[in-house]
Design a protein around this ligand. Sequence first.
Ligand SMILES: NC(=O)c1ccc[n+]([C@@H]2O[C@H](COP(=O)([O-])OP(=O)(O)OC[C@H]3O[C@@H](n4cnc5c(N)ncnc54)[C@H](OP(=O)(O)O)[C@@H]3O)[C@@H](O)[C@H]2O)c1
Length: 278
Amino acid sequence: MQILITGGTNGIGLAAAQMLAARGANVAIVGRNEGRTQAAAARIRAVAAAGVAVGTFIADLSSQAAVRKLAAEVRSRYPRLDVLVNNAGAMYTTRQLTADGIEQTWAVNHLAPFLLTTLLLDRLEASAPARIITTASDAHRGAQLPFEDLNAEHSYRGFGRYGQTKLANILFTLELARRLEGSGVTANCFHPGLVASGFNRNNGLLMSLAMTVLAPVSRSSEKGAETLVWLATSPQVAQTSGAYFVDERPAMPSPAGQDREAAQRLWDISERQCRSAS
Ligand SMILES: NC(=O)c1ccc[n+]([C@@H]2O[C@H](COP(=O)([O-])OP(=O)(O)OC[C@H]3O[C@@H](n4cnc5c(N)ncnc54)[C@H](OP(=O)(O)O)[C@@H]3O)[C@@H](O)[C@H]2O)c1
């Protein structure tokens, strides 16, 4: 079994890669820094079952050119791909634009998984049965998609923006599952719980301190990765698609996360946003 995991250098993605490799899956991770990526690969190899191949790819997912290059490399190295895990993600307390002119949270958390998935879709379909898993979050609750202010020019609050992108993960999964009906490829997403990872350690001392304060009530990255590993491997969910999971159980997303019309609209807009940056 060949699995590709973005955000495999730290936290939930690294823990999932280790758990999957320990069970005998060939795992490839995507990182944006060569040193961190090789160090993570060594940690995965250290716990991998005999014969497991651990691959690495380097891509800064905030850049659409880098995502396109990544997809081309994955296609040339892997004739089959059984599981794609869109896990990389972050929150930014200050608004920043990517080289493509797109607000960074939207670019990394939503457009990168959208573009990577669509570029690998025929490879996944040819490998069916195959699975696509996206790490979403309960932080989507209370968020609405900002169709009138997609680049967050008029209003930007770090956590609120993060919630919008996690809502986008859920709606992307909903529409993707609809498009994949009958293909043998499933698409699901999940909330990992509050996890003591590297999350929100990129936003200065105060935010880092807040994460340290939250650490005693947070779960480990291994615990946070359990639902991901289950979605990637369990026969129980082999036929399930378009669902949101918490702790290996289906959960209802917010009403905004069930809006099929918004999901289709988001898909069309995302296609345009990716076309205009290509
Ligand atoms: N932690 C939580 O409580 C929590 C709760 C709900 C959902 N989540 C979601 O879980 C996922 C994983 O987060 P985590 O908690 O494991 O955090 P983490 O420890 O910070 O890991 C995030 C991963 O994403 C990668 N990444 C970030 N920006 C990137 C970019 N521009 N290009 C390539 N890779 C990039 C990081 O790579 P580097 O090593 O290069 O930084 C790292 O491997 C995210 O989607 C997050 O939204 C987390």
